[in-house]
Each structure stands twice: as C-alpha cells, then as structure tokens.
Design a protein around this ligand. Structure first.
Ligand code: DP6
Length: 352
C-alpha cells in the first residue's frame, strides 16, 4: 500500500522548496532473491516472496533546493558519499520524469543497523522513491514506485507494500515487468518475527557483489534458478492457506539453498557466524517441541525467526539465551511505504 499522492506534496513554511517525508519498512524474503538477469537495470533472475516488518524502518526527507549545485545526502546524521553515489541514479531518473533539474537535499535515518543483513537498502530505496514521488508531484502507481525502487536495490521493490509481497522476475528487457505486487495485507495472517542480532557491523561482501560472484562461479547457479518457480508456488499456497508448517518448510529450504549456493561460489561466501548456526539449531529444537517457528537468514549473520504471536515470548527467550546474541528485536508485520506529515527523528518542522 503506497499512499504517495500529489496531495502529500508540501512546501516548508517560508520557503518555496518542495519537500516531502516518507517512511518505508524493511522486508525479509521468505523465498530468496539471489542473482540478476541484468546488472545494469538490476533485474532479478528469480522472483521472491517477502514479509514487511513494522519495527524496522527508514525515514527520509527530500527537499528540492534551487540553491544546491549538487545533490546532498545524509544518513543517520552523517554525509555519506557511497550512499550518495548509490542514490544518484534514482534521483536523476525521477527528476527526468518530472521534467525538473533542481537538486535535492536528502536526509535519512534508519532505526536499525545499516548494511548488516537487516534489509536497510530495501527500506532505504523504498522510502526514497516514495518521498521523491511526493516532492516532485509525480503521483506514480505502487507498481511504478516498485520498479524505481528495484533499480536502486532489488529487495526494495517489495518494501513498497506491507504484509506479504511478491517480486516477479519478469521477462521484458526493459524490466518494466520486474516489479513487486501485494500478495496479502498484514492483517491477513498475524506473524511475528524475532531477530537475533549477533554482529551489528557492515557485512564484508555486500549482496550485489555476492550475487554477481555466485552467478559467475557457482556450478549450482542454474539449478537454483530452475527450482525457484516451485518454491514460489509452494510459499504462495502456504500463505494463502495460512499453513504454517508448509511455509516453514519451504522458507527454511529457500534460505538454506541460498546460503548453500553462496557458499559454493569461488571463493565461497560465508555470511553465517558461529552464533548464526547455534540459533538455527535452537529454532529447529523449538519446532521439534511443537513451537510454531522457522528461521530465515539474509546476507549477514542475523537470524530471523518467524513465529505465531502466541509463541513469540518463548522464541525470544530461547534466542536471547544463545551465546553471542547481543540483542533480540521483535516485530509484527508492517505497512507499505507512505508519506508522513512530520517526523521527529529527522528533526523537521511539522508540515502543515
Ligand atoms: C539475501 O536487494 O540487497 O536479502 O539488488 O543488489 O541491491 P541488490 O541486492 P539486495 O539483495 C537482497 C538479498 C537477500 C535476499 C532477499 O532479500 O530476497
């Protein structure tokens, strides 16, 4: 549910600079995206299915400013040249769509560690395109916002939507069908996620580089791509039927296959640490005792345990007890990206 509309565009009082605020929530894939069919357009080689999380978000303010000679980007209170380079393509493209040249000041904050396998690029690009859509009065559809977010980061296409989302691989060369769509709203099935954080540092090999290396060097890459349609169908059906066991089986299989594949790259990619492994065993042990929980892991060591709300306390206690787990985060399912009227975290004036 993206609610970015032209009516959300505002002028900061006393200036003529159009400005907009947006929030987008992180999402985790249950059926993983790993591999690209086109690097320049950032088109995925496989579809994916995700859940969007309430508790992890990026908030972004975009201000168009005629006095700026260049775009300026700040993340969590610091200028960030790497991130600025990463967002420059998105800015150029959306400016062109709006037919304006004005440079933008972008101020962004995450309420969780950046680049540590907690999907900060997903919420980051989804918040950016949503805020730009408002500031530039483009009034784009969720599908077009999803396409723009995907060009920044593949997983960001899914954070445009709340609840359960599916990213299509697509087949067109221009990528216009490589977009995400909503599968179900968040209240369709109240799942909870418990995240065991064992390392807050940035990962050594980012997802983009990891995927490229895997596709280039793993002898198993084509088998991964071929199998994906089956896992997507199984997950779609499990979610539609709210069949926890079926979703657990296919989600764990997809996460382990992705990591097995990444490990089979040359040199192999190791996103797990010892704590990751211990958490996976702990989740499996809980499940064997009848607790409705399963794990997923992205390009970092943090373990995300998806469970039914009735079991979330027990899951959180069990993961907090694992040696090496420094922090346990909890979240229900969240909404899609949308514009905000005010945002205390970015210290902005409320927009009237
Ligand atoms: C392991 O979306 O970060 O989290 O498109 O290169 O920016 P780029 O990659 P990114 O990759 C996410 C990989 C993953 C699995 C997933 O979210 O589906």
């Amino acid at each position: 549910m993206a609610t970015a509309t032209t009516t959300d565009r505002h002028m900061i009082e006393g200036t003529t600079n159009p400005s907009a605020l947006a929030v987008a929530h992180a999402n985790f894939a249950l059926i993983k995206y790993w591999g690209k069919r086109d690097v320049a357009l950032n088109l995925p080689d496989v579809g994916s299915i995700s859940i969007t999380l309430e508790a992890l978000w990026t908030k972004t303010r975009v201000t168009l400013d005629t006095t700026l000679a260049d775009d300026a980007f700040e993340l969590d209170g610091r200028s960030d040249a790497d991130a600025a380079r990463r967002v420059s393509g998105t800015l150029a493209q959306m400016r062109k769509m709006a037919g304006v040249e004005t440079r933008a000041r972008i101020v962004s904050c995450n309420n969780f560690p950046t680049g540590a396998g907690l999907a900060s690029s997903a919420s980051g690009f989804a918040a950016l395109v949503t805020a730009l859509d408002c500031a530039l009065s483009l009034g784009l559809s969720p599908a077009r916002l999803s396409e723009l977010a995907r060009m920044g980061s593949g997983s960001a296409a899914r954070s445009i939507y709340g609840g359960f989302a599916e990213m299509q691989r697509g087949g067109r060369v221009d990528g216009s069908d490589s977009v995400a769509h909503a599968l179900h709203e968040r209240d369709f099935w109240a799942l909870e996620v418990v995240i065991a954080v064992s390392d807050r540092r940035r990962k050594a090999v980012g997802s983009t580089e990891g995927m490229l290396r895997t596709a280039r060097t793993s002898p198993f890459y084509s088998a991964w791509v071929e199998n994906q349609a089956l896992d997507l169908a199984l997950a779609r059906r499990a979610i539609a039927q709210r069949d926890f066991e079926a979703l657990a089986d296919v989600s764990e299989a997809s996460a382990l296959a992705m990591h097995g594949l990444a490990m089979s790259a040359r040199p192999g990619l190791l996103y797990f640490n010892a704590t990751t492994m211990e958490c996976l065993h702990r989740v499996r042990a809980l499940r064997a005792r009848g607790i409705a929980v399963f794990f997923t892991v992205d390009a970092g060591p943090q373990v995300k345990a998806v469970c039914l709300p009735a079991h979330a306390d027990e899951v959180a206690d069990a993961l907090a007890d694992v040696a090496g787990v420094g922090e346990v985060l909890r979240s229900g399912l969240g909404p899609g990206a949308h514009c905000l009227r005010s945002c205390p975290e970015l210290d902005s004036e409320p927009i009237a």
